[in-house]
Design a protein around this ligand. Sequence first.
Ligand SMILES: Cc1cc2nc3c(=O)[nH]c(=O)nc-3n(C[C@H](O)[C@H](O)[C@H](O)COP(=O)(O)OP(=O)(O)OC[C@H]3O[C@@H](n4cnc5c(N)ncnc54)[C@H](O)[C@@H]3O)c2cc1C
Length: 396
Amino acid sequence: MEFALSDEEAAFQSAVRQFGDKVLRPHEREIDAGGRIPDPVLAEMAHLGLLAMPVPPEYGGMGASAVLTELAAEEVGRGDFSMATAVFFLLEAGWGYVLSRHGTEAARREVLPPVCEGKAFLGIATTEPTGGSDLARMRTVSRRDGSEFVLRGEKAFVSGVEEAKRLGGGHLTLTRVEGGGFNFLYVPTRSEHLATQRFENMGRMGISTGGLSYADVRVPERYLIGAEGKGFDRAMDGFRVARTFVSAACVGAAERALETGIAYLREREVFGSKLGKFEGPQFELADLYAQVEAVKWQCRRAAWLLDRYTLRGDLSHQSEVDKAVASVKLTAPQIAFDCVRRVMMWFGAAGYTKDVGLELGLRGVMSYLVGAEGGLNIMRIILGRELLGREFVPYR
Ligand SMILES: Cc1cc2nc3c(=O)[nH]c(=O)nc-3n(C[C@H](O)[C@H](O)[C@H](O)COP(=O)(O)OP(=O)(O)OC[C@H]3O[C@@H](n4cnc5c(N)ncnc54)[C@H](O)[C@@H]3O)c2cc1C
């Protein structure tokens, strides 16, 4: 067993931390207020190889391991506390990986290089207005018409709708097939007969969330991900990867909150003594630190399992992978939220101001509690299924 990072991993982690400190932190307010990640920030991410990291070099990526990507996700989540940049980062990483692994050669060569350069967006569209957890009930359908697929239906709460319209790009889209099965298709957002809508969120304002309506949108068959009718498993493959990076970003946000809190506990005087000398906040800090350390290493182990099995197409340890990923997606957002909330309390009234900035993290991390990349109860259902057996899944 080896817990130390390799020299290459440590050097990359340090480079991304510097990027977080020097580029993301100074821009995070602008990202939140302006509703987008500025182009120079995206360009710098592309320059560092941070866009769609696991995509192989022949398609423009750096062919990074899940562990290296996880380390970078921690730093991006720590750098831009609003989580907007982390969301952009992990969507490109997770779904870029899926397209590079399961897409057609023509689609890889066409779609991935601009994504890796920050000149196009790639996201995921599974959720519908009728619900995101119960994917089996989705209504968006795709039917084959010669060498094309025709989509009809609607997706909702999809990240990056505006970015894909502005930069170019699109979403890997899960659709039902009449007669059974699912097609997973790359759908460019600028397609004809595709309408978009922007939703007003309470946080992570620098990346849009919106709706996509398909009124007989046609896409070529080269955009099919995996075999026809068998797309569901491909989407789940992507969720395993993306959920690990979500959790890593939450670890980074939790560490950022603790750093902010530690500095304040050291400096704030109350009743003639430093705040950090009082047992209340000091013990709370100790508890939070222990929880963040635990989930951080759990998260790195999940990434290690992905490298060892999932990213190699090896399904032999699927249950172990699913348990590891569901565990971190269940706990990391809750721990991160708890860290931000409690540190806010140490600050008293100042914690409630925008000057201290903890509200950025509170609003951002909340997205991963309400549902983004799968709700908490869905993680509990996955764990229940793996621990008790499929007959204990509370739905069919
Ligand atoms: C900021 C943000 C960005 C998002 N980006 C994307 C995106 O890019 N692409 C995309 O496709 N979707 C995206 N989503 C949607 C996300 O995937 C869904 O929110 C999530 O899947 C839950 O679906 P839902 O919101 O419809 O809630 P529902 O499925 O209606 O669930 C409501 C609540 O009930 C719980 N629940 C559901 N079923 C059960 C059950 N069987 N037992 C117990 N509890 C249950 C859920 O955990 C949740 O708390 C995003 C969401 C947010 C908030």
